[in-house]
Design a protein around this ligand. Structure first.
Ligand SMILES: Nc1nc2c(ncn2[C@@H]2O[C@H](COP(=O)(O)OP(=O)(O)OP(=O)(O)O)[C@@H](O)[C@H]2O)c(=O)[nH]1
Ligand SMILES: [Mg+2]
Length: 182
């Protein structure tokens, strides 16, 4: 149950919903958004058990990030009342592990269910993150440009023509800082 303070913060905040299969990287992305720097937070994080709402402030804005654990046991339940995730949402981010080619079909199936559950796209952005697109990612026979392009085509086929969305390559390993010492 949310405290009064959390309730108040939640009402004025920017609501972002993170959704996608188990292990796709949602909680890691959330930790990045929260500005968590400790590397241990990114090592073998526990799977998220159902819905986890995180409230925090960053760059003078308040955020409420709804992190929907992607393990199979939880997914069906989300579709019993999907409206509650859409209500008041500013952004929905659908996260896909681009390296996990074995689960592409499952990721497409889940995405289709999400899109079909959105009756009207009112006032919120929809983004797809092709996640774990790491700087040192080596494309091989399982994951080459053709595989990725075919996959992107399949993603595009899911969206109705009037549905606006963006498609992004993301990774938590992109930050690099150089500070001159000498
Ligand atoms: N290579 C790579 N690994 C990542 C990246 N982001 C997250 N991971 C790893 O992916 C694994 C799963 O990350 P989580 O953030 O727990 O995934 P999740 O989507 O929240 O999983 P559930 O809570 O079960 O739905 C962890 O071992 C992370 O360290 C990334 O950009 N690149
Ligand atoms: Mg998680």
């Amino acid at each position: 149950m949310k405290s009064q303070k959390e309730e108040a913060l939640s009402e004025q905040s920017i609501k972002i919903v993170l959704i996608g299969l188990h292990n796709s990287g949602k909680t890691s992305i959330l930790n990045c958004l929260k500005g968590i720097k400790a590397i241990s937070a990114f090592n073998n994080p526990m799977p998220t058990k159902g819905l986890d709402v995180q409230l925090f402030e960053a760059l003078n804005s308040k955020y409420a990030i709804w992190d929907l654990g992607g393990q199979e046991a939880y997914i069906d339940d989300y579709f019993n009342d999907f409206e509650k995730f859409i209500k008041g949402t500013h952004k929905i981010i659908y996260v896909i592990d681009i390296q996990d080619t074995k689960h592409y079909d499952n990721a497409l199936k889940y995405l289709k269910k999400v899109i079909n559950s959105i009756k009207e796209q009112n006032n919120f952005d929809f983004s797809i993150f092709l996640h774990k697109f790491d700087p040192d990612l080596i494309l091989d026979s399982n994951l080459n440009e053709n595989v990725i392009n075919d996959f992107i085509l399949k993603i595009k086929e899911i969206f109705p023509p009037n549905f606006t969305y963006s498609l992004n390559k993301t990774t938590i390993y992109a930050l690099f800082e150089k500070t001159k010492v000498l």
